[in-house]
Design a protein. Sequence first.
Length: 110
Amino acid sequence: MTRNRAYSRVTRRALTTLGKMIRARRLERGMTAQELAERAGISRTTLYQIEKGAPGPQIGSVFEVATIAGIPLLHEDKAMRALQDVRIDEKLTLLPKRARPSKKEVDDDF
């Protein structure tokens, strides 16, 4: 049995916006859907799903399509991206290796 996943409005809006950005950039560059799909190693149907903002396609495929279409992901500047990576690594070093569930019982007796 397939269970439909519920996504927040913010997530759905972001997917839709990214899909529109990808479609607009593809058309600006004069690329057909078939050309972009082939370059990304996905089917044209998957590309159409991405451009429509469907939550189903794998994030790697979405990012690859965005990159090929020329949509900047994170920092476009290599030096800024490297600095961001260093900062994130430093932060992860200071944080616990994993999150543990709280042992505190919630008192919701009003």
